[in-house]
Design a protein around this ligand. Structure first.
Ligand SMILES: [Zn+2]
Length: 167
């Protein structure tokens, strides 16, 4: 189904409307969509359902890409093989957020982090959240471990990992 732009006439949003979250309150999206995850992310998500994290190795640059990609953007060639990496890693960067995706305020902050997984290359990481740690205790270089959903609750999604906690 295509979306016709005339169905959604645009207009300028006033600062007052943003402050009042007028935009978020006004529009309720009911959208149906399908998304093909492709071979790399499809296998990555299947792995998560099984409680493992998969990456792809490029034999030319010797990097291990996580999340996996079928094509190495540095070597301009197909990646070569699947690699299982650990569910432990190191916080490379993080952000403490008091704002939800709908711009509403959070009482307790959420800590979003890039985690470089053990076994993956040094220059790649996955974006996830941290748990079981106070914001003021989070540090770059902190060692963390994935906390998984129970096996029967996993769906093959990044949220099969609930969060990463300090180890
Ligand atoms: Zn490469």
């Amino acid at each position: 189904m295509s979306v016709r732009i005339k169905d959604y006439p645009g207009r300028e949003v006033a600062i007052e409307e943003l402050k009042e979250r007028y935009v978020a309150k006004e529009y309720k999206a009911v959208l149906r969509y399908a998304w093909s995850s492709g071979v790399a992310i499809g296998s990555f998500l299947d792995g998560l359902k099984r409680g493992i994290i998969l990456g792809r190795r490029c034999n030319k640059c010797r990097r291990i890409l996580v999340p996996p990609r079928m094509y190495c953007e540095q070597c301009f060639r197909k990646t070569d093989s699947w690699v299982r990496v650990k569910d432990t890693g190191e916080v490379k960067t993080f952000s403490i957020s008091y704002v939800n995706v709908d711009a509403s305020r959070r009482r307790e902050p959420i800590i979003v982090a890039v985690v470089e997984l053990d076994g993956a290359s040094k220059d790649v990481g996955i974006l996830h959240i941290l748990g079981e740690v106070k914001p003021e205790k989070v540090r770059i270089g902190m060692h963390v471990k994935a906390v998984w959903k129970k096996e029967e609750e996993r769906k093959g999604a990044i949220t099969d990992i609930l969060y990463f906690k300090p180890r």
